[in-house]
Design a protein around this ligand. Structure first.
Ligand code: HGY
Ligand code: MN
Ligand code: MN
Length: 412
C-alpha cells in the first residue's frame, strides 16, 4: 500500500515553520510580507526538487503539478492544497499541513509511478486568513473576486492590498486574471487540522467535512463625543466605548440564545479614538464576526444585530454605523468526494466521521466550481490560531495517507 514519507513531510513542515518563526514558538507570516515571500520561494524550490512543474498566477497562488505545466480546459485536473499564510502568532500546521502533505502525496505518487489518469496539482492559495480580504487567492481562482473592490481592500491597520502586493512584485489589479478556465478542476480535496476538539474528544482519527461555515464580518462604529475625562460629569458623557462594550455583551447573548445552537460570534478588533486615558472615547470601532453553517441564520442574525446596534446607540446617546466587510458563503461539500474519503478510510482501516467545519476554508470557494471536500485530523486540545497549535505526528501521517489515496481514487 503506497504511503507518504513522514520523515520527509516532517522536515518540510519544520522547514516552512522557519519563515516568520517567533522566539517562543509559532509563526507570524501574513500574506505578501517578506517572510511569506521567502516562504514562497522556498516552497517553489521544494516543489521543483520533488519533480513538479510549478507556476504562480496573478493572484499569487502557487501551483505544483504532475503531468501538466499550466491549467487548460482540455486537461481537467484533480487539485489539492491549502495556504502558507498565517494569522498573527499562529501555529505551524494551519494551512501548511495541507500544502506540504499535498506536495508529499504528489512526490510519493510520482516516485512510485502510481497510475492516475488525471494530472494532480497542489496549490498554496493567497491570503486565506484574509488579512486584506478573506480567501483572496481561491476567490480569484474560482472567479469570485470583485475586481472593482481591489483598490479599497485593506488590512485593519490600514495597509492597502495594492501596496502590499506591489511590495511582493504583484499587480493587485491583475488578480482577477487568475480565474481558472471552466472545467479546469474535476475534484478538489484539502487536508486540514480540525482546529477544534471534536475529533480528539471522540477519539476519531479522520474527519470527513460535510459543510463549511459562512463567515460574516462587519465594521461597527459608535460615534459619541470626546470630552475631558476628569471634568466631564458622568451623566453628561457620550462615551462611544461604553456603547461598544454594551453592544458586544448583548450581541454575544443574542447569538448564543437566538442563533442556531452552533452560531458563534467574536470581536477580535477593538479600536478607541482618540485612544488616550484622559479623553472620554469619542469613537469606538469593532470588527464584529459571526459564523454559521446556514446562510439564512447568518442573514437573520445580521439584521437583528444591526437593530441591536441602533438600540444600544440610543441608550448611550451616540450614533452607530455598520458596514459589511466580507461575507463568505457556507458551502456543502461534494457527496462524491466525501464518499471517496470514507472508502479510502475503510481500506486503510481508519475510523472516520462526518462533521461540519466551524472554520472557513478555501474549499468553500472551490465548492462553487467543482466537487470539493476536506479531510480533518485532530488538533491537540482543539488548539488553533495560537502558537501552541499542534497535532500528533501519527495523526499527520494518517491524514496524509488518507489524502494520498483519495487523490488517486479521484484521479483514477
Ligand atoms: O478563520 C478561519 O476560519 C480560518 O482559519 N481562516
Ligand atoms: Mn486559520
Ligand atoms: Mn486554514
Amino acid at each position: 500500500m503506497l504511503s507518504i514519507s513522514l520523515p520527509r513531510l516532517t522536515s518540510r513542515i519544520n522547514g516552512l515553520a522557519r519563515f516568520g518563526a517567533l522566539a517562543g514558538g509559532g509563526v507570524t507570516r501574513p500574506c505578501w510580507s517578506p517572510p511569506h515571500e521567502e516562504a514562497r520561494a522556498w516552497l517553489l524550490g521544494e516543489m521543483r526538487a520533488a519533480g513538479l512543474a510549478t507556476w504562480v498566477d496573478t493572484a499569487g497562488n502557487i501551483f505544483g503539478a504532475t503531468g501538466i505545466r499550466a491549467f487548460g480546459r482540455d486537461t481537467p485536473v484533480v487539485l489539492t492544497g491549502s495556504h502558507i499564510d498565517t494569522v498573527p502568532e499562529g501555529g505551524i500546521l494551519d494551512g501548511a499541513l495541507g500544502v506540504l502533505a499535498g506536495l508529499e502525496c504528489l512526490q510519493a505518487i510520482s516516485e512510485a509511478s502510481a497510475p492516475h489518469a488525471r494530472p494532480l496539482v497542489v496549490a498554496a492559495w493567497s491570503d486565506e486568513e484574509g488579512r486584506y480580504g478573506s480567501l483572496f487567492g481561491s476567490r480569484a481562482f474560482c472567479g469570485l473576486l470583485d475586481g472593482a473592490r481591489i483598490d479599497e481592500m485593506m488590512a485593519v491597520d490600514g495597509v492597502r492590498l495594492v501596496d502590499a502586493m506591489a511590495r511582493a512584485d504583484f499587480d493587485a489589479r491583475r488578480a482577477p486574471e487568475a480565474r481558472a478556465p471552466a472545467g479546469t478542476v474535476t475534484a478538489y480535496v484539502e487536508l486540514h487540522i480540525e482546529q477544534g476538539a471534536r475529533l480528539e474528544e471522540a477519539g476519531v482519527p479522520i474527519g470527513v467535512v460535510e459543510t463549511i461555515v459562512g463567515v460574516r464580518r462587519s465594521r461597527v462604529l459608535f460615534v459619541g463625543q470626546a470630552d475631558h475625562a476628569g471634568t466631564t460629569p458622568m451623566d453628561r458623557r457620550r462615551d462611544a466605548f461604553l456603547a461598544a462594550a454594551d453592544y458586544a455583551l448583548r450581541v454575544r447573548e443574542h447569538v448564543v440564545t437566538r442563533g442556531s445552537g452552533v452560531s458563534v460570534t467574536n470581536f477580535g478588533v477593538v479600536r478607541v479614538h482618540p485612544g488616550v486615558s484622559n479623553i472620554v472615547p469619542g469613537n469606538a470601532e469593532l470588527v464584529h464576526e459571526m459564523r454559521d453553517p446556514d446562510p439564512a441564520v447568518l442573514e437573520r442574525l445580521a439584521k437583528e444585530c444591526a437593530a441591536l446596534a441602533h438600540e444600544v446607540a440610543g441608550v448611550h446617546r451616540v450614533g452607530a454605523e455598520i458596514r459589511l466587510m466580507s461575507a463568505t458563503t457556507p458551502a456543502p461539500c461534494s457527496p462524491r468526494v466525501q464518499s471517496a474519503i470514507e472508502s479510502v478510510c475503510a481500506t486503510l482501516g481508519l475510523p472516520c466521521r462526518r462533521l461540519y467545519s466551524a472554520a472557513g476554508h478555501d474549499a468553500q470557494n472551490l465548492a462553487r466550481i467543482t466537487d470539493a471536500g476536506m479531510i480533518f485530523i485532530p488538533s491537540q486540545g482543539g488548539r488553533s490560531h495560537r502558537v501552541d497549535e499542534m497535532s500528533d505526528w501519527e495523526a499527520i501521517e494518517r491524514g496524509s495517507n488518507a489524502l494520498l489515496h483519495t487523490l488517486l481514487a479521484l484521479a483514477a
